[in-house]
Design a protein around this ligand. Sequence first.
Ligand SMILES: O=P(O)(O)OC[C@H]1O[C@H](O)[C@H](O)[C@@H](O)[C@@H]1O
Length: 633
Amino acid sequence: MASLSSLCSSSPSLNPKQSICKTTLNPSRLKTSLAYPARTLLTTTRTLLTPTRSIARDIPADLSKTNDNLPNKPKQLGLEKDPNSLWNRYVDWLYQHKELGLYLDVSRIGFTDEFVSEMEPRFQKAFKDMEELEKGSIANPDEGRMVGHYWLRNSSLAPKPILKTQIDKALDAVCDFADQVVSGKIKTPDGELFTQILSVGIGGSALGPQFVAEALAPDNPPLKVSNKLLKYANPEYVLFYYPAGIDHQIAQLGPELASTLVIVISKSGGTPETRNGLLEVQKAFREAGLDFAKQGVAITQENSLLDNTARIEGWLARFPMFDWVGGRTSEMSAVGLLPAALQGIDIREMLAGAAVMDEANRTTVLRNNPAALLALCWYWASDGVGSKDMVVLPYKDSLLLFSRYLQQLVMESLGKELDLDGNRVNQGLAVYGNKGSTDQHAYIQQLREGVHNFFATFIEVLRDRPPGHDWELEPGVTCGDYLFGMLQGTRSALYANDRESITVTVQEVTPRSVGALIGLYERAVGIYASLVNINAYHQPGVEAGKKAAGEVLALQKRVLAVLNEASCKEPVEPLTIEEVADRCHAPEDIEMIYKIIAHMAANDRALIAEGSCGSPRSLKVFLGECNVDELYA
Ligand SMILES: O=P(O)(O)OC[C@H]1O[C@H](O)[C@H](O)[C@@H](O)[C@@H]1O
């Protein structure tokens, strides 16, 4: 990896107010001034379960067994509905982080005092686990790795000085590089300003940057900035190497390809989708007569395939990813920070928000620990076995991608077959949702009256518009009031039908509040994983899919070879699916062979001599041309 300092050595002595990374992250700022109602410990075990009507908690049969050595939850006969009791519960359990302006309302989750008491020892163990994790324990035992994403926003926590140095240098390099690109110190090969970012990555190398771009990227470049701020071309299509999608994205860029900074993100440096996206984009650069290396940036682990490619080809810049930061928790590393900084987002504020939230989550008093409160709700609502899904409903357009981000963070962390003791537990917590009130017009009908297989999480943003920009669309009512009413109304309507919900409230969507939300859910996942005794930091199941994909491509190569040999004969010998399978010595793969041929035929790469794909046994296929070289390969 080129020394990161080289990126900083030429960093201009920019006027601080010009610098992208405005504020310095000062640990002393991490002191939190929590102000929340001094909670009276619940002395009376208020029964929240009123047998208003006997509805057995409908846990799907195949999940009726809870993990035997975990506290079983009392059957829920219906939630408390008395308004006064609910108000008391709301006030008693309301969590507020004054400095962050963040609230957490867990009152509409029906956990009992007894349950909380029963879970206390597990939470104390979870707090201990998180403390050890932050001290550098091998918290990812399956891969023998530390888990260090919390160090990214407070490098003084790093267990070794070298790690702190790496974190600080990487952050400075990101800031310096972004400053130089936005200020024009680094220009395109033809001396113009960069105007676009094209991000190539997938999973954790994309979902965080996309979420943050959607949440925080300014609508229009601030006028005082000398150049058109980098628009974040939606990298969706490039991410998933959908050929048509890539073509569409490149077509959308048009001549601006010449002023596009391509950021290729891959921790492993070898993910097929990302590698294919890169090759497709490099082809587009070649066809446009552009030198990709002068516009390419790599964010990957040192000496990965991608890192070596970028180094050898002399790309514009390379930034490190650390093996102790997982893809789904990498938003606070160069993965998320570089794209954000290039869009003029204050990344130090984002880091600060996460750091302050981290500090709040280090308390071992369950009721004062927001991440622990979330984990408590998840456990209660889904019986500690994922018996109910988490529906995420942000009532803010800019948080549209938050549920997609949480899908990976939660499901890839908690969706595990084995627990830490090797027991088969098939754990997990399904996440879905887009945004309220859009989703109210899509599937809230089922949530309100249909199968009771979920709990909701509302994300409330109190500020509707910047000061002075609001107006009343009818006397005394603004558009934001309607949205507020929809959120509260949906929450009430669900609860009236015994559908539980959590509400997370922030004042407004800012780098600091987004950083805090990310920190909140990262920690909640870690605590929950401890409660259910699983490793939240590896993803063995994904490898299985990758391996199977490789096998399909290997089989396709054999199919092509067999068809090529038959197509080089005089006359050409069209083959049936059975004949192809036989000549591939893979009769057991006949169905996959049929699918491969059907896909090739749909792309004019295999020709149908007889029959049709609708009746596989009627098919006879051959290749349009004979590749003699392949014959003897
Ligand atoms: O960043 P990469 O190494 O390319 O990996 C991208 C993604 O690949 C897999 O899907 C992993 O399960 C994800 O955790 C990871 O974010």
